[in-house]
Ligand binder design. Structure first.
Ligand SMILES: C[S@@+](CC[C@H](N)C(=O)[O-])C[C@H]1O[C@@H](n2cnc3c(N)ncnc32)[C@H](O)[C@@H]1O
Length: 548
């Protein structure tokens, strides 16, 4: 029975590409020029080396890595590792795009230690070593001769190093090999989520072993997966569940980050990393990864962008963004950093306290949405009659605990209900994320703080949290004006030392990470200030800019 099951599974793998293409065609590819191009694109690169003994992967610097394929491998008992799988090609080209900076041609894979699990022909690992990584290619013993052959064939392109070792992830608990004895920066797993052929549990155990044994190494895994319907369950859903049970999170790489040519609608890449422990961030110097927010997906091609987020295993949400050239309609790096930080320090988890938070210049509403989902009461504001306010309403109006109000910094409308409400309410926290984007914002914001943090109103010591991209010129002027203005002598300005992990934006490659984000608390006197001068000014851009 089992044997038949396996054969059925193998047959379904062999046939998988066709139904998928058919479904794309069925969904309107013929009438839609864009989709037609996509289908041709998917087909052309996928079919090029199909059935050939040699598979070529070209890097952008004109290096062409050549891989011997063993067409009869499944029939000759070698298994599935004899040919280059399309998902491995997508993964290889993603590694190049993600780790290689096109402007400087420097690779942030240089000297990373990488393990390619179930390496087969060795494509993913060999491309990683061509980008400078020190790689162990491992597989079951009978497949390794192919990895060896392909290593020798591409020896001249290797910039890191290659070791080839037998390792069966199903034998993790019964044998100890050199593969298990060291820590890695990255685990590559291409086309191994195949429940038709291999049970998922041992693979998940192996990934958990490598990611959780050396926590300080911050090992991540990168999975390449081609979707094939499986009658018993959806493979990737089940795989995600098993990872979650092992305290791992999974986050899809958005399509805009993949190589524009080497991608297909049914091939997906996923990052896997340890789940955040949402410890209260009391100590400023910890570098533990407390991030609770994962940027899941980014649809950057349409006029209207949708960004999807995951807060924990049950809370997913999406925000609409806009391609319009309006500052408030984009998603800014500091919004993600603010959200990471606030979710981590959220005392409601420990003290069951609900904050009433005022957000100024809330834009697309990411920070307000995160805090609202944690149960806090939010007053979320943006410029009256602006597209940002419209977007804020579209994104947050379904929350019962969010009050969306028009509020322009520095304006005094004594007879205006909303302004009176904002200036007279006792908030627990005021948030201002990337609002100092140019010098014209400095004076109005300072005026608003005069009102919002006036001692007569806020006896309860309401702090304001400011997150600013350090490269903004306006930060300098704001800090200078704040220190000189007598209206603020009763307040302290405290620079927060954010752990570097907060500033890491998962959905961006290393060379596209935005400039550092500075965080300040403005609050009633009493706490030591640790002021620091901001860096040299230059232009800062929204996340969408970094992605393309
Ligand atoms: C579909 S192939 C993918 C090969 C290659 N990573 C690629 O994407 O081109 C799956 C690979 O997983 C390997 N594999 C299957 N079970 C394994 C196990 N228990 N331990 C180690 N490798 C295994 C197979 O030998 C095969 O090379």
């Amino acid at each position: 029975m089992e044997e038949n099951g396996e054969k059925d599974g193998q047959r379904s793998i062999e046939n998988v590409n066709r139904p998928c293409m058919v479904s794309i065609l069925r969904n309107g590819a013929i009438n839609n020029k864009m989709k037609q191009r996509e289908v041709l694109r998917n087909l052309s690169w996928r079919q090029l080396y199909c059935g050939k003994n040699e598979y070529i992967i070209e890097l952008n610097d004109s290096r062409a890595l050549k891989f011997i394929q063993h067409q009869q491998s499944e029939l000759q008992g070698i298994g599935t590792g004899g040919t280059v799988w399309p998902a491995a090609h997508v993964l290889a080209k993603f590694l190049e795009r993600y780790y290689l900076c096109p402007e400087t041609n420097t690779s942030s894979m240089k000297d990373l230690s990488v393990l390619d699990l179930g390496a087969g022909t060795g494509v993913a690992g060999l491309v990683a070593s061509a980008l400078g990584a020190h790689v162990i290619l491992c597989d079951i013993p009978q497949v390794l001769f192919l990895a060896e052959t392909n290593f020798l064939k591409n020896k001249d392109f290797i910039q890191g190093s290659i070791q080839i070792c037998p390792f069966d992830w199903g034998q993790l608990s019964t044998t100890t090999t050199i593969v298990q004895k060291q820590a890695y920066d990255l685990i590559l797993v291409s086309e191994c989520v195949l429940p038709q052929l291999y049970p998922l549990e041992p693979l998940c155990d192996a990934i958990a072993f490598f990611l959780l044994t050396w926590k300080e190494k911050k090992t991540k895994a990168l999975i390449a997966y081609e979707h094939r319907p499986y009658p018993k369950f959806d493979p990737i859903t089940k795989f995600s569940q098993l990872l979650n049970e092992r305290n791992l999170s999974i986050s899809k790489v958005c399509a805009t980050q993949l190589d524009p040519l080497y991608q297909a609608d049914d091939i997906h890449l996923f990052w896997i990393f340890p789940q955040s422990d949402h410890t209260f961030l009391g100590k400023e110097d910890t570098d533990t990864d407390h991030r609770a927010l994962i940027c899941l997906d980014w649809n950057g091609h349409e006029e209207k962008q949708i960004a999807r987020f995951q807060m924990d295993q049950t809370k997913f949400f999406q925000l609409e963004l806009s391609q319009q050239d309006e500052i408030g309609c984009a998603l800014w790096p500091s919004a993600l950093v603010t959200a990471h930080y606030l979710l981590a320090v959220d005392p409601s988890q420990k003290k069951s306290k609900t904050w009433h938070v005022l957000e100024l210049g809330a834009g697309a509403g990411l920070v307000s949405a995160c805090l609202a989902l944690r149960g806090h009461k939010i007053t979320s504001t943006d410029v009256p009659y602006s597209s940002a306010l419209k977007l804020l309403k579209a994104n947050l109006s379904h929350f019962d605990n969010v009050n969306i109000l028009p509020y322009a910094w520095g304006a005094h409308h004594h007879d205006h209900e909303d302004y009176n409400y904002i200036h007279s309410t006792q908030f627990d926290l005021i948030i201002c994320s990337d609002c100092l984007y140019n010098s014209s914002a400095v004076t109005p914001l300072l005026h608003s703080f005069i009102h919002l943090l006036a001692p007569s109103i806020h006896n309860k010591k309401c702090p304001a949290l400011l997150l600013v991209n350090e490269q903004r010129t306006a930060l300098d002027s704001f800090l200078r004006a704040f220190r000189l203005d007598p209206s603020f002598t009763h307040l302290d300005l405290i620079k927060l030392h954010l752990p570097p992990s907060f500033a890491l934006i998962d959905c961006l490659p290393p060379h596209r990470q935005p400039s550092p984000i500075a965080a300040f608390y403005i609050q009633p006197k009493g706490i030591k200030t640790e002021g620091q001068q901001p860096r040299t000014p230059s232009v800062a851009a929204p996340l969408s800019h970094w992605i393309h």
